[in-house]
Design a protein. Sequence first.
Length: 237
Amino acid sequence: MAANPSRIVRPAEAKLLAVAETELGKAPDEVVRRFHELYHDSGVHGDTSWLGIRTLKCPLDLWIYQEILVRNRPELIIETGTALGGTTHFLASICDRIDCGRITSIDWRLRDGRPEHPRITYLHGSSIAPRIVAESSGAVRPGERVMVILDSAHERDHVLQELLAYGPLVTPGQYLVVEDTNVNGHPARADFGPGPMEAVEAFLARDEGRAFSADPSCEKFFLTFNPRGYLLRTHPD
């Protein structure tokens, strides 16, 4: 994991980094990289649950989601890649606590046993199919604050198509989150091939900073499965 010159390091974080460098005898970024690889390769993130429902996420990223929802109060969250529905249920639970928000979650595969919740609507189909994009767009009510989380197929071209389709739905001040940008050697799964990180790079190159920028403050816990994947919309276009 390369050092990020734009990374904002708070005093408490600086202390942790100093401990990593002096007591562990390795550069802080190397410590983070090695722990990331250990955590990812252990598969423990696939054996994690929220209120009894398997949630295929790093808990540190779920904590960031909780902070985003409380702070930004999106009224609609569009999620691609429902899988077992654990993250969807987590988001709905936080929306319950703050009494704000609903979730439209998309997956190509039908699964029995996904959690039911009055704030959740499931759509079945490819996230980049015109019908699904249209249904998702149609779920947006006038003037709503909209957040998007992309976590379906992770190949570069698929993710880039999602970014181009769903990015315009995100409202200023809200996030477009691209999950699992850590694969293809960033630093996990070096053999994956071009994936979410490469899609983000291509998307930001097209955007040229006009509307979106990666928010390093969402990586304050050092370990995230979404490095450079928390894209904050700062301008309408």
